[in-house]
Design a protein around this ligand. Structure first.
Ligand SMILES: Cc1cc2nc3c(=O)[nH]c(=O)nc-3n(C[C@H](O)[C@H](O)[C@H](O)COP(=O)(O)O)c2cc1C
Length: 325
């Protein structure tokens, strides 16, 4: 059975990738993930805020993850929560030495110069690829959608121009004109689009008058939003497509592939069940394919994309009305 895929121009024996987050913090965990069959790993993001305000980053990260998140923090030794740029580069080299699978760095920048400088350093430190985690606060009233998009597109173009390694762009799900923006990033040279960032959950503690940020682990119910995104792009852009968010089972991988994904990233499922869960997902994937007489993932990739299904409106909002009847 052929599970192979090409993602970011790299031939992978299967599409199961460890997504950005704390799973890449500890070399032993990364080795265990490689032993369990991970095809690639993405390290947690280096945040430009950490680059410019290292002392703040510890506060932001610890507040975000510690209390709500017992499983994750067990994978995230405290010192790594506040990785500054030098430590990040050192950590990247350490992980590169520890495993043979491709190791992607991830960068969340704020300014064009910050993106460029650190992108180059990450390449020099040996990253096999770079995932740009593009995020802009939607509450900023001074920037229009067009401003925000053109800034992101310029960053991608510049980063691509100055790096040799492949560049993936991780997108937020709540975009007014998602397909147009995705196509512009593709035209700017992005080698992959990663769908989609998962936001912290915001709540208000009405007694303490505090905003509470949590990041609960996902489940498969988060996948459909990503399926729709992948299905809208499959066959219509040059860049590879990765799905991140709600991939927990072999069937989730099948669905993502049918929507058009070349790579499927897992984080929550591995934090919850440990690295061996990769074996389970792969077993489920293979046994489903055997049962349904599929010989390769390649032959099903994108067969349920917007371009290829008989009724593309099934993915569109027009159907919302029908679903309510
Ligand atoms: C504890 C934790 C830390 C994360 N850190 C990052 C990060 O540094 N950069 C990033 O792009 N995504 C980060 N993510 C998001 C994941 O990469 C992934 O996109 C998201 O969790 C959805 O996938 P999942 O449903 O498999 O968890 C993090 C997720 C978790 C749970």
């Amino acid at each position: 059975m052929d599970l192979s895929t090409t993602y970011l121009g790299m031939r992978l024996s299967h599409p199961l990738i460890v997504g950005a987050g704390p799973l890449g913090d500890d070399p032993d965990t990364v080795r265990a993930l490689e032993d369990a069959g991970a095809a690639m790993i993405v390290l947690r993001s280096l945040y430009e805020e950490e680059v410019t305000q290292e002392q703040m980053s510890e506060f932001v990260n610890v507040e975000a993850f510690s209390e709500s998140f017992p499983e994750a923090t067990s994978f995230a030794p405290d010192p790594l929560l506040s990785l500054g740029p030098d430590e990040y580069l050192e950590h990247l080299r350490l992980i590169k030495d520890a495993v043979d699978i491709p190791v992607m760095a991830s960068l969340n920048g704020m300014t064009a110069s910050g993106w460029l400088n650190y992108a180059k350093l990450l390449e020099e430190a040996g990253a096999d690829g770079l995932e740009l985690h593009i995020y802009h606060a939607a509450s900023d009233m001074t920037a229009s959608a067009a401003d925000v998009e053109s800034n992101a597109i310029d960053i991608v173009r510049e980063v691509k121009r100055s790096l040799r390694i492949p560049v993936a762009v991780k997108l937020a799900p709540l975009l007014t004109a998602f397909a147009h923006f995705a196509k512009s990033l593709d035209d700017a040279g992005a080698d992959a689009l990663v769908l989609f960032t998962r936001f912290h959950r915001i709540d208000i503690d009405v007694d303490e008058l505090e905003v509470v940020r949590t990041l609960p682990l996902s489940d498969s119910s988060e996948l459909p939003l990503r399926l729709r995104g992948a299905a809208a792009l499959a066959g219509r852009i040059k860049a590879s497509i990765a799905v991140t968010g709600g991939v927990h089972t072999g069937i989730d991988v099948i669905k993502a592939t049918m929507a058009g994904a070349h790579g499927t990233q897992l984080v929550s499922a591995l934090l919850r069940h440990g690295p061996d869960h990769l074996r389970t997902v792969r077993r489920e994937l293979e046994s489903w394919m055997r049962e349904h007489e599929w010989e390769s993932l390649g032959e099903m990739r994108g067969n349920m994309s917007l371009e290829r299904i008989a009724d593309p409106a099934a993915y569109e909002r027009a159907n919302f009305r029908m679903a309510l009847r």
